[in-house]
Design a protein around this ligand. Structure first.
Ligand SMILES: Cc1cc2nc3c(=O)[nH]c(=O)nc-3n(C[C@H](O)[C@H](O)[C@H](O)COP(=O)(O)OP(=O)(O)OC[C@H]3O[C@@H](n4cnc5c(N)ncnc54)[C@H](O)[C@@H]3O)c2cc1C
Length: 468
């Protein structure tokens, strides 16, 4: 006898979406959540959702289709991602977004933006996703147990038949793992995200206020011989490392150079590409170079300091912090470019040549090398000159995890579905692919596969339910 038709491990975005869908299909549902509150990283997020072919885009006169989104995701990943999963994500992102609207989530059409390098805007900022999911789950009669960290799957004859948390067993016809990523576990990062681990003390996750984002779903899946895929994929955001804050952008008023003193990217690139560009440089790092005018005027200009219109400046590039860090030596400061190059340890001729070219472009009003667009340009010309090391080391999303089929069933090491086991959200290793495609892909993933897993698990559970 089962205690519930469906048990969901993790009450974040994917778990709640799955719970609502399973209840609406007629299943009894229990959500087990390790934290003392529901929401997980979803509740902490900026709640931007990536989606194609939506009513919000239409309201802005933007033509878009799931096919176009599919082509974008596959191309950006250089086809090194699972086309079945990408197809589902592209086809179901629009319906998932409309479903959230039906639950009361607001996606103001004015906020729509290109959150990656897509040709039409697919980043849908919202006024918050998690509260609507929590309310809807309550209204549908989803049961929840907080402070309940699941540590074991119950497995009988190869079938998952329930879970164990702190010695208590609960049985179900279907179990859905929605435990999120592993950004708060140094051990998991070392094993599954070595590009992040190599930055040592510079590495932390934006999930820091969600204490159970520890990769439990990977460990639970492995108990049932689940295949773990997507090693070393995810999203690494750039930072000056001057503090542990959540931010995603480099300020466009800096000039970024590598160990050779060469410029190598558009400093205003979105995070769908910037972190990968920095990590591809020798030493996996770069140096932000700027002058007195850029510090005084660029860092205090909110057009550059707050690209997502949050009302606050990016904390690690904020004027007072930069000034203090220059005074206490965490930022290098020099009266000449040659002196600065020596302090940073980059070749003097290389840096001087790069700055000469950059300044000429600034004077001409166009970036001839990397086409950086900005309303005002800041040459590196007026002493004192500054340099600060930059790394893309802040985990925005982890990409390794469980593999699923088109019905959200977890696959084992042979590629076969594990009976009774489903998964959705950031715990999946098959959704990110080579590159995080743009702001909103985390919520897209959680909503699309959460909804799918909930519906599929409920159907499977109800089909084996004994007649009353
Ligand atoms: C600050 C921040 C900003 C972000 N901004 C965006 C954004 O704007 N757009 C976007 O697309 N993505 C964003 N992301 C990423 C996105 O929020 C996540 O990828 C997504 O919400 C993950 O949803 P999920 O349901 O898979 O996991 P979560 O929402 O993290 O839920 C997982 C839940 O499982 C629980 N759990 C873990 N282990 C166990 C266990 N053993 N037993 C029981 N419960 C367990 C956790 O406590 C947690 O509540 C952001 C993330 C953060 C942290």
């Amino acid at each position: 006898m089962s205690d519930f038709d469906v048990i969901i491990v993790g009450g974040g975005g994917a778990g709640l979406a799955a719970a609502i869908m399973a209840r609406r299909a007629g299943a009894s549902v229990m959500v087990l959540e390790a934290d003392t509150k529901l929401g997980g990283a979803t509740a902490l997020s900026a709640a931007v959702m990536f989606a194609g072919g939506t009513s919000v885009q239409k309201a802005r006169g933007i033509e878009d289709t799931p096919d176009a989104m599919y082509r974008y995701l596959m191309t950006l990943a250089a086809h090194e991602t699972d086309p079945r999963i990408t197809r589902i994500m592209s086809d179901e992102s629009g319906p998932a977004l409309e479903w959230l609207i039906s639950l009361g989530v607001e996606f103001p059409a004015d906020y729509l933006l290109c959150s990656g390098v897509e040709e039409v805007p697919r980043g849908h900022p919202s006024l918050g996703v998690a509260p609507a999911l929590v309310n809807a789950a309550g209204a549908e009669g989803v049961e929840t147990a907080l402070g309940t960290r699941v540590d074991r799957l119950l497995i009988e004859n190869g079938r998952v038949v329930g879970v164990e948390a702190g010695g208590e067993e609960l049985r179900a016809d279907a179990v859905i793992i929605t435990t999120g990523g592993f950004g708060n576990s140094p051990e998991m990062i070392a094993q599954w995200y070595p590009t992040a681990a190599r930055h040592g003390d510079w590495t932390y996750a934006v999930h820091m206020d969600a204490p159970f984002i520890l990769g439990d779903g990977i460990t639970l899946g492995q108990q049932a011989h689940a295949e773990i895929v997507g090693k070393d994929s995810g999203l690494l955001l750039p930072t000056s490392g001057l503090g542990k804050w959540i931010e995603a952008f480099l300020p466009p008023w800096i000039m970024l150079v590598n160990e050779q003193g060469r410029r190598f990217m558009n400093e205003a690139s979105p995070y769908a590409v910037s972190g990968y560009q920095i990590n591809a440089q020798a030493g996996g790092h770069a140096f932000a170079v700027y002058d007195h005018v850029a510090l005084e005027e660029g860092s205090q200009d909110m057009r550059f300091a707050d690209p997502y219109h949050s009302g606050t400046a990016m904390p690690t590039w904020e004027y007072n912090l930069l000034t203090k860090a220059a005074a206490d030596g965490r930022i290098q400061k020099a009266d000449t470019v040659a002196e600065l190059a020596a302090l940073v340890g980059v070749p003097v001729e290389g840096l001087e040549a790069a700055i000469a070219r950059y300044n000429a472009d600034c004077d001409a009003g166009a970036d001839g090398q990397f086409f950086k667009q900005m309303p005002r340009r800041f040459p590196v010309r007026t002493a004192p000159f500054y340099a600060r090391e930059v790394r893309a080391s802040v985990i925005g999303q982890t990409g390794a995890g469980l593999n699923i089929d088109g019905q959200a069933r977890v696959l084992d090491e042979q590629g076969d579905p594990i009976p009774g086991l489903y998964a959705a959200g950031e715990v999946l290793g098959c959704t990110v692919g080579k590159r995080y495609a743009g702001g909103g892909m985390g919520i897209c993933n959680a909503m699309v596969f959460g909804r799918l897993a909930g519906a599929e698990a409920a159907n499977a559970a109800l089909s084996v339910r004994e007649p009353a």
